[in-house]
Design a binder for this molecule. Structure first.
Ligand code: DGJ
Length: 755
């Protein structure tokens, strides 16, 4: 890791990555390179080609900028737009100084990645100044030892005499010399979040955004630029991820001269920020990752960086409890006896935490009322939260509680008392979503109120976990507390309020485990990770759908952040019935939970669930904190196969799962090459489960023979064979047991000592 600054040329390098820029003749920083590492001892200034072309304004469009602005002839998407007191928007940002800082400074009020020790990171702070307006821009670039990434954010300071309006302030721009990339995004909808979608870059502007007041189910604040044909193991890839949970934009512009500019930051569409003299504005930060070796390496960089340098606090490295959640088991319809009955069943199966979902407060028997009135419904829970917590404690279970603090129902005492605390334009109707309105978290008194309420709840009973939900997006975005000229600040002020609230609660209850949620995975983003170490990945708990959702999510986010539950069949979102083995195998790759009523399980399934939980606990370090590898993904080939693998840090232990969505008669021979093993080690391969549904399938087939896949793979295999030749998945002819649709295989690999 090194930052060198010589003769106006800046070179940041760490891991296999270099980021280089240099000052031009006027002192404007111009981008030269982000990508594979280059020697820090050479100069690359000669690569700055400042040429004039027909119909261009000087050389403004001929090379990249560290902070492109508008109005002087660079017509591409800018990083910073202002409106000065005279109505003009022109800026001319020139070098005014720099310093190199050991470690990485925090961003006040915003979630950010961090270095645990000062020698883990280096930060270059570059100061640029516009002489006419007095605007100063500080760009922070941080690099981390041994890691191929760069973290970037900006601080805009008004050092002039007049007020400025900030009309857009990106967290990062990235200039690339050619457009030969595919643009990848994690896109979808409710119940099908973060499907990986790729398309070729084309001339002009393309990208994604959210104007919803939350990152949203539709698009994740992340862009991938990968060379065409890049695979899990080959091809250059660049990731651009935003540490933020609100409205965002992530765009790429392919210019007519063949260059390419990406930008990411707060969505400018609904953003205006008044900066009075002496005031500052800090952007969220963006994390730019470079991989020379495909998607797999890019994901591993994000996964481990977000797990260790963004997730924070007590739960960061701790094993997460196996939970049972009441939502799909009972929805709003339960009594204390039901809950205790379910909890008894869950405890007997090995669960560690029981989560009481929606419906426990006010008069909430459906989704039409009571949000805001966070008093326990004593007709459902006569012993109150404390009584239930005690009962669960007696069973050896932690108590988890669902809350939705940002919302209010019109049918609630809170709404009657404080209608002005609700977001909306005075004189216009407020649109409801899921029968609810949104509290104005841009107002400090609303944040204080919520802090008081939830501090009280958390102090009133032994609650070790909160599921923090958000079940609608923000319409009629307007705060009664902001003057008309400052309404453009609303969305970001809301986010600052939310982060402040979460930060205060986590500080007061440092051992509280928070799982963020927004109608499933509608706010699964880096911004919440420092507060909520895990997130509910999707309301779609169907195992087959989860193959795409969890794999897409894993492009950026670590397994320790992904809530993954086994639910009842037929599945409530799709009506599909996958076997318990398959449902378990998918949910193992994340933070395992169950979303069903254990009292309704058959005896066979009860044994199966108990075995799953025992297996998961035994290998929990691997499943939650191991190195995750996508061996096959539903976005490849005909989409019928998926295979995942987790490997321990010392490469001595691994679990491999393979999934086949639709069964194939007389299937082709299929082998699965593994990755991440030690080629020289000898592994004991144990196909799982040793008995159970697979052996009964063999009996139904009438073959009477042992499962050929189990038989062929079981035994001692060297790492090199497992990687080069792989495990046999199918294709051994008539004796393959017909596994039906939605089948899975699970293998445990353990290195044999002494080899
Ligand atoms: C949406 C969540 O994603 C569900 O898991 C559940 O908590 C419901 N909200 C409760 O209203």
């Amino acid at each position: 890791m090194q930052i060198s600054c010589r003769d106006g040329e800046f070179h940041l390098s760490s891991g296999g990555m270099s980021y280089i820029f240099a000052l031009d003749g006027r002192g404007a920083p111009r981008h030269i390179h982000f990508g594979a590492a280059l020697s820090p001892d050479s100069s690359y200034r000669h690569l700055l080609r400042l040429v004039e072309r027909p119909f261009s304004i000087g050389s403004m469009e001929s090379a990249g900028w560290e902070c492109p602005t508008i109005g002087r002839g660079d017509f591409r998407i800018p990083a910073l737009e202002i409106e000065a007191a005279d109505g003009s928007g022109v800026l001319d940002l020139l070098y005014a100084g720099h310093r190199v800082i050991e470690g990485k400074p925090p961003i006040p009020g915003l979630p950010a990645t961090y270095a645990e020790t000062e020698d883990e990171a280096l930060t270059l702070e570059l100061c640029l100044r516009d002489a006419v307006s007095g605007l100063e821009l500080y760009i922070n670039y941080s690099i981390f030892e041994g890691t191929s990434l760069l973290v970037r954010s900006s601080r805009v300071c008004n050092r002039g005499r007049g007020a400025l309006s900030l009309n857009s302030a990106m967290s990062a721009v990235l200039e690339l010399p050619d457009p030969d990339y595919e643009l990848g995004t994690l896109s979808g909808a409710w119940a099908r979040e973060r499907h990986f979608v790729r398309r070729r870059l084309a001339p002009g502007l393309q990208g994604i955004s959210s104007r919803r007041g939350a990152s949203g189910h539709q698009h994740n604040p992340f862009l991938l630029l990968s060379r065409p044909g890049a695979t899990e193991t080959e091809g250059e890839c660049i990731g651009v991820s935003l540490v933020y949970s609100g409205c965002f934009t992530a765009e790429v512009e392919v210019h007519s001269h063949g260059t390419c500019r990406a930008r990411i930051g707060i969505d400018p569409a609904d953003f205006r920020w008044q900066l009075g003299p002496g005031q500052e504005f800090a952007t969220p930060e963006a994390v730019l990752v470079y991989s020379a070796r495909g998607l797999g390496e890019l994901s591993e960089t994000y996964n481990s960086f977000y797990r260790s340098n963004l997730a924070l606090g007590y739960w960061r490295d701790r094993h997460r409890p196996v939970l049972f959640n009441s939502w799909e088991a009972a929805y709003f319809d339960f009594t204390e006896n039901d809950l205790v009955g379910m909890a008894e069943g869950a405890a007997a199966l090995g669960a560690e935490l029981f989560v009481l979902d929606d419906g426990w407060f006010g008069l909430r028997d459906d989704d039409s009322s009571s949000l805001g009135d966070w008093a326990c419904n004593l007709s459902k829970l006569p012993g109150g939260l404390a009584g239930l917590a005690r009962a669960l404690g007696g069973l050896g279970l932690g108590f988890g509680l669902w809350v939705e603090p940002e919302m209010v129902s019109q049918k609630s005492q809170l709404f009657e008392a404080h209608p002005d605390w609700v977001i909306g334009v005075p004189g216009r109707p407020r649109s409801e979503g899921r029968n609810q309105l949104v509290l104005d978290l841009s107002r400090p008194e609303v944040v204080d109120h919520l802090y008081g309420v939830f501090h009280g709840i958390l102090s009133s009973a032994s609650i070790s976990y909160l599921k923090w939900d958000m079940n609608r997006h923000i319409s009629e975005a307007y705060s009664a507390a902001l003057p008309p000229g400052r309404q453009g600040e609303f969305f970001h002020r809301y986010m600052l309020g939310l982060y402040a609230l979460l930060g205060r609660l986590v500080e007061a209850f440092p051992e509280l485990l928070i799982e963020s949620c927004s109608g499933g995975g509608g706010r699964f983003d880096p911004g919440l990770l420092p507060f909520a170490s895990q997130a509910w990945t999707s309301d779609d708990s169907d195992a087959i759908e989860r193959l795409s959702i969890q794999a897409g999510t894993s492009l950026v986010y670590p397994l320790s952040s992904m809530g993954a539950h086994v639910s009842a069949v037929p599945n409530h979102q799709l009506g599909r019935s996958a076997s318990l083995d398959t449902r378990g195998a998918v949910a193992f790759f994340g933070v395992l939970g169950y979303e069903l009523d254990p009292r309704k399980l058959s005896e066979e399934d009860r044994r199966g669930v108990a075995a799953q939980i025992a297996f998961y606990k035994e290998h929990r370090q691997l499943f939650q904190f191991g190195r995750f590898l996508r061996l096959r993904s539903t976005w490849e080939g005909d989409g019928n196969e998926a295979a995942w693998m987790v490997v321990s840090e010392d490469r001595r232990e691994a679990v491999v799962a393979s999934f086949r969505i639709l069964g194939r008669p007389n299937p082709a021979s299929l082998r699965l090459g593994l990755r991440g093993l030690d080629p020289g080690l000898l592994y004991r391969v144990s196909p799982l489960p040793a008995e159970g549904s697979l052996s009964s399938a063999a009996l139904i087939a009438g073959a009477g023979s042992p499962d050929v896949v189990q038989r062929e793979n079981a035994g001692l295999r060297r790492g090199d064979e497992l990687e080069v030749i792989g495990l046999l998945l199918s294709g051994e002819g008539a004796f393959d047991p017909p596994a039906g649709d939605f089948s899975s295989r699970l293998f445990l690999l353990e290195a044999v000592f002494g080899h």
